[in-house]
Ligand binder design. Structure first.
Ligand SMILES: Nc1ncnc2c1ncn2[C@@H]1O[C@H](COP(=O)(O)OP(=O)(O)OP(=O)(O)O)[C@@H](O)[C@H]1O
Length: 561
């Protein structure tokens, strides 16, 4: 029995890493068994073929961790650096255990092929010593994992899981964080594999196999994704029970586990841990979590601050085009955005306004032409590059993080500039003056501890704007910021935008359907029609134009070539 328990303690450590990747970061990975197997085989191969002793043990552990980290970096790069869908990333992790198992099979006498390696020299310590080693390893790694997911850096994981696209447009290096976490999880899984092999003195291809990789997912789902302790206890409970049932009820136990898995997924999609948590809260009603109080502080300028007039305009777009197959959505768009200017972009539905915003804020979007921000070409870079150069973009539909609080959303927006601690939470949010301005104007400064899903639509729009301003942009792209707002809320936003322009010298590019709002606050207007610039001029010129009236009235109009 102790033998089984020691094995499950090593496996529980791996399940904990699966929970961090899947439950917190949203990466459905089948590949953790491969890293467990790599660690186990590093031990088996070195003890069998090279030597045994403290030095060799340390070498095997180091080689196992380094190999797993290298493989994880390669898999992470393939899975996350090519803009592939999450499904494709999961398929890559699914292929990994199959590949590693095949490598083991083809290793002949060196890897022991399908029989694996056994009987190699190892530390034949009493079981209670191994139990303490495995238990301490589990407690230490789980504590580190717990500190990590509860830290401000851990909140970034949740933000990525909930809204990866928004994170990218806030400048959060999503792919790099995913790869880093994958490498760290692989290292822990490999160390667990090493421990398991040194204890059991048997390694077999199954340790790196697809079945074990899937079992980790099942244990995590049963225990409760995103709870950390749930998967640990589920692994210990189910693996121990499985070992016992496989002896007394051979063939039936797998069916029972499968049925339990399906039942929990259907009836309790969040797993068993939340139920246990609720029961504990009922039994210990006085131990409610205290709401953290977070304060606001003014940031000292990170270098952008007020934008001053220079030779280089903050935004210069030349001959920009965008095609989807043969459909030309934008053609030859050329415009300049100046310091302290609010440039309204108007045009009927489908004119290409949102596409233009996408092309300015993401280098991979446009088909041709150039976009320069503060004199630097954004090239083909991801949204993070545009953010780093000074672009801030808000979305047409409010795009936030439901389970994050207002303060957490604001801290996330500062990730590019301030980073996030790995082991604790900060109790103050440091923001630039424009972002603080918005929070005060909308009353959000009084709601810092509230989760964003409890905010009104107007407050969500305000928070989104504050988050964009927290990244300290010099060019602000706003896609219908007043959509769905009351007149009073529209006026607040209008005042704030005017202040941003006048006081902070920002260049604001505003897409709006509300022409009265555009007329009130814009310095200049560009009219887009069927992907081309129909007209550019002052508000008065545009409003007086018969051509624009005809376009808005839906008459067929020839666009300039
Ligand atoms: N991914 C895509 N694939 C194919 N066509 C697309 C894609 N995205 C946008 N389009 C097309 O590009 C055109 C411009 O769309 P866009 O959303 O930029 O217009 P818009 O001016 O912002 O409209 P609205 O005012 O309704 O938001 C539309 O005809 C749209 O159908």
């Amino acid at each position: 029995m102790t033998n089984i328990l020691i094995r499950t303690l090593f496996l529980a450590t791996v399940a904990m890493t699966v929970d961090i990747l899947w439950g917190y970061l949203g990466i459905l990975t089948f590949g953790q068994s491969a890293f467990f197997g790599i660690g186990a085989y590093a031990c088996g191969l070195i003890f069998t073929h090279y030597g045994f002793g403290p030095g060799w043990a340390l070498a095997a552990l180091t080689i196992g961790i380094a190999s797993a980290a290298l493989v994880a970096a390669a898999v992470g790069w393939l899975a996350f650096f090519h803009g592939v869908s999450p499904l494709y990333a999961s398929i890559i992790t699914l292929a990994l255990p199959i590949v590693v198992t095949q490598v083991i099979f083809s290793g002949g006498n060196f890897t022991g092929s399908s029989s694996g390696l056994s009987g190699f020299p190892t530390y034949y310590w009493p079981l209670n010593i191994w139990f303490w080693i495995a238990g301490t390893f589990l407690v230490l790694t789980t504590t580190a994992g717990w500190l990590l997911v509860r830290s401000d850096f851990g909140r970034v994981f949740v933000a990525i899981r909930e809204n990866e696209e928004r994170c990218a447009y806030l400048g959060v290096p999503v792919s790099r964080i995913k790869i880093m976490l994958m490498i760290a999880s692989a290292a822990v899984a490999s160390a667990a594999g090493f421990g398991y092999a040194a204890f059991s003195n048997v390694v077999a291809p199954e340790l790196a196999g697809f079945q074990l990789g899937t079992e980790f997912l099942i244990w995590t789902a049963l225990g409760g994704r995103g709870t950390l302790l749930g998967p640990v206890f589920a692994t210990i409970g189910i693996d121990t029970m499985s070992s016992w049932l496989s002896g007394t009820l051979p063939f039936l136990w797998k069916l029972l586990t499968g049925v339990a898995f399906v039942a929990v997924i259907v009836l309790l999609p969040r797993g068993l841990a939340p139920i246990v948590g609720n029961m504990m809260r009922r039994l210990l009603p006085t131990r409610t979590a205290a709401t953290r109080s977070v304060t606001l502080e003014t940031a000292t300028s990170s270098g952008r601050g007020r934008v001053d007039e220079g030779d280089v305009p903050p935004l210069r777009i030349a001959a920009l085009s965008r095609q989807y197959g043969s459909l030309k959505v934008l053609q030859d768009v050329t415009m300049v955005g100046h310091v302290s200017e609010l440039l309204g972009i108007i045009g009927p539905n489908g004119a290409g306004k949102t596409t233009l915003m996408r092309c300015i804020s993401d280098g991979s979007e446009r088909s041709g032409g150039t976009v320069e921000v503060n004199g630097v070409d954004i090239g083909r870079g991801a949204p993070q590059r545009a953010v780093a150069l000074g672009i801030g973009r808000s979305f047409q539909n409010t795009s936030l993080f439901d389970t994050l609080t207002v303060a957490e959303c604001l801290m996330l927006s500062r990730y590019r500039i301030d980073g996030a601690p790995l082991s604790h939470r900060r109790d103050s949010v440091v923001l630039p003056e424009p972002a603080l301005d918005i929070l005060r104007a909308t009353g959000l400064d009084q709601r810092l501890g509230d989760e964003t899903r409890f905010l009104s639509h107007g407050m969500k729009r305000g928070l989104e704007l504050a988050m964009v301003l927290a990244t300290e942009p010099s060019v602000l792209l706003l896609d219908e910021p007043t959509a769905g707002l009351t007149r009073a809320e529209r006026m607040v936003i209008g005042d704030v935008l005017t202040r941003l322009k006048v006081t902070f010298g920002m260049c604001i590019i505003l897409i709006e359907h509300d022409l009265d709002f555009v007329r009130e606050i814009s310095d200049r207007v560009v009219v887009l029609h069927q992907g081309s610039m129909l007209m550019e001029g002052t508000v008065e010129e545009v409003v007086a134009s018969d051509l624009v009236k005809a376009v808005y009235a839906g008459h067929q109009t020839e666009t300039p070539a």
